[in-house]
Design a protein around this ligand. Structure first.
Ligand code: AKG
Ligand code: MN
Length: 211
């Protein structure tokens, strides 16, 4: 079951989804068209993109997208055996972060950039639930470039049923994954082989120091 409510608060037009005890907000036009185009062009060109290799059962597998990790110096992040050391904030990323912090009233000290070169790049089912993200993370996810499908599936099928939600993430849009979302839901960006153009995704996060 999907509930879409229009909110008339000071924040831009958005859709709110209540997914059981989790919340998700989608802002289709967080950035206006010209600014989205500018951010897309600059980030695509100026980011030192890297493609990491993960190991599954001892076998090396290339991550099916390119990535970059920026943030405050202490914001180290580890997942699937990789440790990412942050690059220093660029003026553009700092500006986007400041706007999100002001609008959402939450701090973000790091951002993961993903570059999906075409529809063959993807991210598999996962939850962003690493210890350094804390118990109830808020993740602010900005999309630029090709429209791609984002899918959510309940982790606890018994509680939420076989629910699956799908959103098409537009150029310049913002998806805010709120409290409970990582705990109760998984998400993925499936391959869409028909798509020939690229997409960038920026997930702003707050990394806690962990022992
Ligand atoms: O590209 C997206 O929209 C999602 C990326 C994602 O889930 C992640 O980097 O954790
Ligand atoms: Mn994720």
């Amino acid at each position: 079951m999907q509930h879409a409510l229009f909110d008339n608060s000071a924040l831009p037009r958005h859709q709110h989804y209540s997914l059981g005890s989790a919340s998700l907000d989608y802002y289709p036009a967080w950035l206006d068209g010209a600014r989205a185009d500018h951010c897309y062009g600059q980030l695509l060109r100026d980011t030192p993109w890297r493609q990491d290799t993960l190991r599954f059962g001892g076998k090396p597998v290339l991550v099916p997208r390119l990535q970059a990790w920026y943030g405050d110096t202490q914001a180290r992040y580890g997942y699937s055996g990789l440790t990412l050391t942050p690059l220093p904030w660029t003026p553009l990323l700092q500006e986007l972060r400041d706007e999100l912090q002001r609008a959402l009233q939450r701090p973000f000290n790091a951002v993961l950039l993903n570059y999906y070169r075409d529809g063959n790049d993807s991210v598999a089912w996962h939850s962003d639930d690493e210890a350094e993200l804390g118990a109830a993370p808020m993740i602010a996810s900005l999309s630029l470039g090709a429209v791609r499908r984002f899918e959510l599936q309940a982790r606890d099928r018994a509680r939420h049923g076989a629910n699956k939600h799908t959103l098409d993430l537009a150029h310049g849009s913002l998806l805010v994954m709120g409290a409970g979302l990582q705990q109760h839901w998984r998400h993925q960006l499936p391959k869409q082989p028909g798509i020939g153009s690229s997409r960038l995704n920026l997930t702003f996060r707050f990394i806690h120091a962990v022992a």
